[in-house]
Design a protein around this ligand. Structure first.
Ligand code: SF4
Ligand code: SF4
Length: 336
């Protein structure tokens, strides 16, 4: 089903929707950018069309809406435990195709990577519906087409924002929200190529030698281990656990908090052992996980080419360039 909406009708649609859903989308955080008087685009609750920022890429991904930065898993008191309740309302998120594919990669990790589904992830994720923003040109740092993450069928409603707003409704449950609006079917389009292109080495061609190659040393010198690339990535899923307790450990709670493979302490173990000290080794771990190891296990790349890690890095480290360098090194090895 396809519909045509004016701006006013879109706002009425949101009003109806908000009776049952919390609605999130890319929005401007005034003066919250890295420098004075700079804005930042991030994911926020949306109430009107004007709240949506459609012309700039969001600095953070939408993952924190259903996978919080910090989450209490359970509380304990004198031998009893209790799992905190979550908001009963469902969630609708305005997002682009790369991010829908990124959430697919998170689903794979949290729901399919082992014998058990992650209960805490699943209970929030089950409430999420995708309102895809039609994306036909992308941004300068995007390389979703190279990662084959530019298209998706996992969308509930698709919106084309232009002089008029068009909506393609795939999920029946959203049809009633468009009641009274003019019908106008349209064919959803996707980005076909990006300005930024990435060449991916064949997974089978990557060997131990490439893990030990000196290309990674450049990142030991440049990366400052700030972890911005991890926190802004739609597909980074790592977390750490911590117990907060008092009364001699009888009362307290267990929390999980995002963690990142670039950050100091990520690999620290009992006894003071730590792995991947040099920051180049952390870059290598992330790169190989995103475009090699994950693919070996699940048959698809983890990275979806959203380009946020490039956008946010204070050291101007380009992940796309890193992948292309690895491609050249692997190809060079093959031609010897
Ligand atoms: S690694 Fe970079 S480009 Fe790939 S999904 Fe994460 S933030 Fe996006
Ligand atoms: S954002 Fe850049 S400097 Fe910060 S950890 Fe990532 S690669 Fe290193």
């Amino acid at each position: 089903m396809g519909y045509r909406l004016s701006g006013e009708q879109f706002d009425r649609f949101l009003d109806r929707l908000k009776e049952n859903y919390r609605v999130f989308g890319p929005a401007v955080d005034r003066d919250k950018g890295n420098y004075t008087d700079m804005d930042r685009v991030t994911y926020k609750e949306i109430h009107r069309l004007d709240d949506l920022e459609l012309n700039r890429k969001s600095y953070f991904s939408p993952k924190e809406i259903f996978y919080p930065i910090r989450e209490t898993l359970f509380q304990f008191c004198e031998g009893e435990t209790r799992v905190p309740a979550i908001d009963e309302k469902k969630t609708a998120i305005f997002l682009r195709p790369c991010d829908i594919n990124g959430i697919d990669r998170l689903d794979t990790i949290f729901l399919e990577n082992g014998p058990f589904e992650d209960f805490y992830y699943k209970r929030r994720r089950d409430k999420v519906k995708f309102f895809m923003i039609e994306c036909t040109s992308g941004f300068d740092s995007c390389f979703c087409a190279s990662m084959k993450a530019n298209r998706t069928e996992r969308r509930d409603v698709t919106f084309r924002f232009g002089d008029e707003i068009l909506a393609e409704v795939k999920s029946e449950e959203f049809v009633p929200y468009f009641e009274g609006m003019a019908q106008k079917p349209f064919e959803v389009r996707f980005v076909e190529k990006n300005r930024m292109k990435v060449r991916l080495p064949e997974v089978a061609d990557v060997t131990v030698e490439h893990f030990q190659h000196e290309l990674w040393k450049e990142y030991t010198a440049r990366c400052i281990a700030c972890g911005r690339c991890n926190t802004s990535c739609i597909t980074c899923s790592c977390f750490t656990m911590r117990d907060a307790s008092f009364a001699g450990g009888k009362i307290g709670e267990r929390r999980r908090t995002w963690a990142g493979c670039h950050v100091n302490g990520f690999t620290d173990m009992a006894g003071g052992h730590g792995f991947r000290g040099p920051r180049g080794e952390r870059m290598r771990f992330k790169t190989m996980h995103k475009i090699n190891d994950y693919h070996k296990r699940f048959g698809k790349h983890q990275c979806v080419g959203c380009g946020r890690c490039e956008d946010v890095c204070p050291q101007y480290i380009s992940f796309a360039r890193c992948i292309n360098t690895l491609f050249d090194v692997v190809r060079e090895g093959k031609s010897k």
